[in-house]
Design a protein around this ligand. Structure first.
Ligand code: CUA
Length: 174
């Protein structure tokens, strides 16, 4: 039989087509899952955060030994003259500062996170907020907390003996 070679190639072509379709479908599923995740109740957008300059921070970088020269010296929420809300959070072994970040519900808040020592995680339970606090760097994102309540703020990056106790809170006020 002289034909099998051709048939074999034809089968391979079909296999490749089906494989290609499977890959495209998997990608589409992934993208739609990602889209629905991001468009949920909470939105965390990585970025420069408000776009305006932070004292002592140059292009998202700062000296972790000199947080005193930056707004991180006084961690917490502040309202800018233009009405925008910004929060500065410091992660250090083994707590976040402020221990309870108070934010109003329904208003966009740009959160800036940095670390004073080693790498920590910044994860707000029940939301898609998940950032990494890196010494020398500022992670900024803007989010809107929709419902009032107390949310657990946890460190999800192993940072030492007290890692498992590194739990604070975000208090969303009505
Ligand atoms: Cu900080 Cu784990």
């Amino acid at each position: 039989a002289p034909a099998p070679r051709l048939e074999h190639h034809t089968l391979e072509l079909y296999e490749n087509i089906w494989f290609g379709i499977a890959v495209v479908m998997a990608l589409l599923l992934f993208v739609s899952a990602l889209a629905s995740f991001v468009s949920g109740t909470y939105t965390a957008i990585e970025g420069t955060g408000g776009g305006h300059h932070i004292t002592g921070v140059d292009n998202g970088r700062l000296d972790p030994r000199n947080l005193a020269a930056t707004p991180f010296a006084e961690p917490g929420l502040r309202e800018n003259p233009d009405g925008t809300l910004e929060a500065f959070v410091v992660a250090r072994a083994f707590a976040f500062q402020p221990a309870a970040l108070r934010v109003p519900a329904g208003r966009p808040v740009t959160i800036h996170v940095t670390s004073a020592d080693v790498m920590h995680g910044y994860q707000v339970e029940g939301t898609n907020i998940n950032a990494t606090a890196i010494p020398g760097q500022v992670a900024s994102f803007t989010t809107t907390f929709r419902r009032p309540g107390t949310l657990s703020l946890i460190c999800n990056e192993y940072c030492g003996t007290g890692h498992h106790n590194m739990i604070n809170s975000v208090i969303v006020e009505a």
